[in-house]
Design a protein around this ligand. Structure first.
Ligand SMILES: Cc1cc2nc3c(=O)[nH]c(=O)nc-3n(C[C@H](O)[C@H](O)[C@H](O)COP(=O)(O)OP(=O)(O)OC[C@H]3O[C@@H](n4cnc5c(N)ncnc54)[C@H](O)[C@@H]3O)c2cc1C
Length: 567
């Protein structure tokens, strides 16, 4: 196995979702002299960002204030968000919307031409801008077009399988091209990991099949910790097969009802009802199901009928199609069966407010990272916002880094590449005694069973032991020799390696957090514990593959965290 091509650029961006494209756009607009390459394991327009439906938050209305957006985000996240990072997110939000508008995103408008904004969970105002129920699709297309126009160099269908670093300095990315099977080395002064979430570690998920946490795993292996990785968001409303029904459906006025026809949210969140934060709505739905008030099919119902056909077809047309195609239900005539589905990775690659990691020259942003804006639970509409605000920000700080730092020392680059290639080659062979589908199914089951909506110490302990066994058994997986051209066996093996790393880190951090906050809800410790756990978990992987855990204080700027959070 040899490296067929060597490419060079000042900046290599791994990931072509909204984060990677926002960074590329920011670099192209403000630093045209900086050379950029964008790598993506699929065509950029197939990145999961394109599946976002409901919208993107910003205090753009005259009567709204960024300070209110800031507070709602902190409270929704159980006050685990770093307040300096949340300030950057919410203060820059209006500018992000204006930039997207300028780049050609066709936002829905009110009759007077202002941005239309719908209510989303956990927010006290209508703050979510949208493009009908296809927001991600519209934004991704607009940004991709602009990047192509600016001449950004894209390498589509290149799968990155190793980060090359020396003495905590990034040297480059090692990848293979699915289409030709060539292995390429992308040497760079700086790199941005923008690889999105890892929701596929669970069996039931709204995430694309490609959301396997590759960037998180590669960073862990390069010595960068994961932060707050025990916090996964379980979205309240998925179809029985996991496909998402956007929160926008409740934002437009949809009701959640149990089999008795009761709008049960009045018992759990009397003020916010269906628009309480997601963790609370998801637990409420699951409790209704667990206590037998479902429709006999493990689902409650989302009723949109009172909105009328006109509104459903103009504001929620994709949702209508999804419900018809995947659940056989026309929401104009019948309520949609829904149940919680895994949706979002709050934790991720540990970065500071300038997107820097522990490795010099290596930056990360977007869902794959944890700059800590979402805390323990993300508010709907804040993730698209994060991709643009921190994507653009990384495009501003990386050129500063490049101009202020010397070239990395590449004396040992060839040896490092040789070692990385040998490790890659060792995945191949005929003598494998374990197989990927079995290990994957077991991992998904453990994650759903032990690290789902309701967690307990006992079940998480058993879950962690089981994940450790799976990590061990993975050593006996081999990919039969079949070249590198669209070798799905190879892709699934690499993706499973990534997911096992994320699952292992999640289980390690979850077991030790003896409190409940946001996406981490423990039946044996049901209360928030600011005394002991107003802290970020930091998980490192040591060279033998074991995980180490430490904690870091949350950054407080001006807002006292509440001990009792109510909606
Ligand atoms: C169904 C759904 C609906 C959503 N709706 C909303 C919403 O309405 N509002 C909101 O705010 N948020 C929403 N979200 C969340 C939001 O869409 C995502 O958090 C966000 O788009 C992530 O963007 P990203 O750029 O960080 O990653 P992604 O868009 O996931 O892109 C990741 C990129 O990394 C590349 N990549 C990954 N691994 C490798 C590798 N090994 N080698 C090379 N390339 C690699 C991929 O090819 C891809 O280009 C939704 C999410 C889902 C799943």
């Amino acid at each position: 196995m040899d490296i067929a091509d060597r490419f060079e650029a000042d900046v290599v961006i791994m990931g072509a979702g909204l984060t990677g494209l926002s960074a590329a756009m920011s670099l192209a607009e403000k630093h045209p002299g900086v050379s950029v390459i964008v790598l993506s394991k699929v065509h950029p327009l197939r990145s999961h960002s394109g599946a976002a439906q409901g919208g993107i938050n910003a205090a753009v209305a005259l009567e709204d204030k960024w300070e209110d957006h800031y507070y709602d985000t902190l409270k929704g996240g159980g006050f685990l968000g770093d307040q300096d990072a949340v300030q950057i997110l919410t203060w820059n939000a209006p500018d992000a919307i204006y930039s997207l508008d300028r780049w050609g995103a066709n936002f829905s408008r009110d009759p007077d031409g202002a941005f239309a904004q719908r209510p989303f969970g956990g927010q006290r105002r209508n703050r979510t801008c949208y493009v009908a129920d296809k927001t991600g699709h519209a934004l991704l297309n607009a940004l991709y077009e602009q990047c192509v126009k600016k001449g950004v160099r894209f390498f589509d269908e290149w799968y990155v399988f190793s980060l090359i670093t020396e003495s905590d300095c990034l040297l480059g990315f090692l990848a293979f091209h699915n289409v030709t099977g060539r292995i390429g080395y992308f040497a760079s002064r700086a790199g941005l990991v923008a690889t999105g979430g890892a929701g596929r570690v669970y069996g039931q998920s709204s995430n694309a099949l490609i959301n396997t946490g590759d960037g998180m795993s590669l960073c862990l292996r390069a010595g960068v910790p994961l932060k707050d990785i025990e916090f996964f968001q379980i979205h309240p409303t998925g179809l029985p097969n996991g496909i998402l029904i956007t929160e926008g459906a409740r934002g437009e006025g949809g009701y959640l009802v149990n089999a008795a026809g009761e709008r049960f949210m009045k018992r759990y969140a009397p003020e916010f009802m269906e628009l309480a934060p997601r963790d609370l709505v998801a637990r409420s739905i699951q409790q209704e199901i667990n206590e037998g008030r479902d429709y006999g099919d493990g689902c409650v119902r989302l009723d949109l009928r009172h909105l009328g056909e006109e509104k459903i077809t103009s504001r929620l047309s994709q949702i209508r199609q999804i419900a018809m195609h995947f659940a056989g239900v026309d929401p104009v005539l019948d309520p949609i069966p829904v149940r919680p589905t895994v949706h979002y990775t709050m934790g991720g690659i540990d970065v500071d407010i300038n997107c820097s990691t522990a490795v010099n020259g290596l930056f990360a942003a977007g869902e794959g990272s944890c700059v800590s804006v979402h805390g323990a639970n993300r508010l709907g509409g804040n993730s698209l916002l994060e991709t643009v605000v921190f994507g653009v920000r990384s495009g501003e700080v990386i050129p500063e880094f490049i101009s202020s730092q010397p070239e990395p020392d590449r004396t040992h680059e060839n040896t490092l590449l040789h070692d990385a290639l040998s490790q890659f080659a060792s995945l191949f062979g005929d003598e494998g005694t374990e197989n990927v589908p079995d290990l994957r199914r077991e991992m998904e089951k453990v994650m759903v069973g032990s690290f789902g909506l309701f967690r307990t110490g006992e079940s998480m302990k058993a879950g962690l032991d089981h994940i450790r066994q799976l990590v061990d058994r993975f050593r006996f997986v081999r990919v039969p020799e079949a070249g590198l051209v669209f070798n799905s066996h190879l892709l699934h093996t690499l993706e499973l390696r990534s997911m096992l790393d994320v699952a292992h880190a999640c289980a390690t951090a979850a077991l030790t957090r003896t409190e409940s906050r946001g996406g981490h809800y423990r039946l044996d410790f049901p209360l928030i514990d600011n005394q002991n756990f107003l802290k970020h978990s930091i998980v490192n992987m040591n060279p033998s593959g074991r995980m180490g855990l430490s904690y870091r204080d949350v950054t407080i700027v001006d807002t006292e965290p509440l001990d009792d959070i109510r909606y």
